[in-house]
Write a protein that binds this ligand. Structure first.
Ligand SMILES: [Zn+2]
Ligand SMILES: [Zn+2]
Length: 235
């Protein structure tokens, strides 16, 4: 079995989410992969072995991994904004392999112990949840906010639910897929709008669903150019 280095942990991988970015590697012409690479970065697992100086987790702990290891030394790391580190080693970003494998070695302080009442499935969702929390914080979502979420994929749904839990009163979500929209309604969206079916009247539909005004905050989660333009138009 693989041996973790001094401050590393060997994890038996349990769950890995498939992110849009994983799927994109196969389709985007601007992302050229020159060598075989393991995908996956939304991950939970069970600690199997510890490096000599590991203290924060124990063998048998269930953990979620934080998939980007920053350099910890540059100015931006020392400012605490380590997600922006230029030397970050991010799972499933060449040349760093991802977590869709049986065993994975990662630094102990980027392995977060799961509470007893959290499942491994939920653990694998913590990384996308952190994206949603970061987005809502950047947008200053607060009590009474009116929030427009463009795109009802996993990130859009998590942004919608996070905005609600931060106190947003109206959270309107858009997508082109009815099943995603009905899921969004089920998870508490105030209004779910199909931007394909109502393409012409979408901007007005959005304003109507915010009682005639634009949203306070717009979070773009689709990656589609038209969606970005729509966000600017109604924002
Ligand atoms: Zn992801
Ligand atoms: Zn750094």
């Amino acid at each position: 079995m693989l041996s973790p280095y001094v401050v590393e942990v060997l994890i038996e991988v349990a769950r890995v989410g498939i992110c849009g970015s994983d799927v994109n590697w196969g389709y985007r012409p601007d992302k050229v992969i020159s060598a075989p690479m393991v995908l996956g970065h939304e991950t939970s697992g069970i600690v199997k072995r510890l490096g000599k100086k590991v203290t924060s987790v124990s063998v048998g702990d269930r953990v979620a991994i934080e998939p980007g290891l920053p350099c910890r030394r540059c100015r931006i790391c020392l400012k605490g904004r380590y997600n922006l580190c230029q030397k970050i080693r991010f799972c499933a970003t060449p040349p760093v392999n991802g977590t869709l494998c049986r065993y994975f070695i990662w630094d102990e302080d980027f392995c977060h112990k799961l509470p007893d009442d959290m499942s491994l499935d939920e653990g694998a969702l913590l990384e996308p949840l952190s994206v949603a929390i970061h987005a809502c914080r950047r947008g200053n979502v607060a009590i009474g906010s009116k929030v427009l979420v463009l795109g009802a994929g996993p990130i859009g749904l998590l942004c919608m639910m996070t905005a609600k839990s931060m106190g947003a009163t109206d959270v309107v979500i858009t997508d082109i897929d009815e099943s995603r929209l009905s899921m969004a309604k089920g998870f508490g969206a105030s209004c779910a709008i199909n931007v394909l079916r109502n393409a012409e009247e979408v901007p007005q539909l959005i304003r109507n669903s915010f009682h005639g005004e634009g949203p306070d905050v717009t979070i773009e989660c689709s990656g589609a150019q038209q969606s970005v333009l729509l966000g600017i138009e109604v924002g």
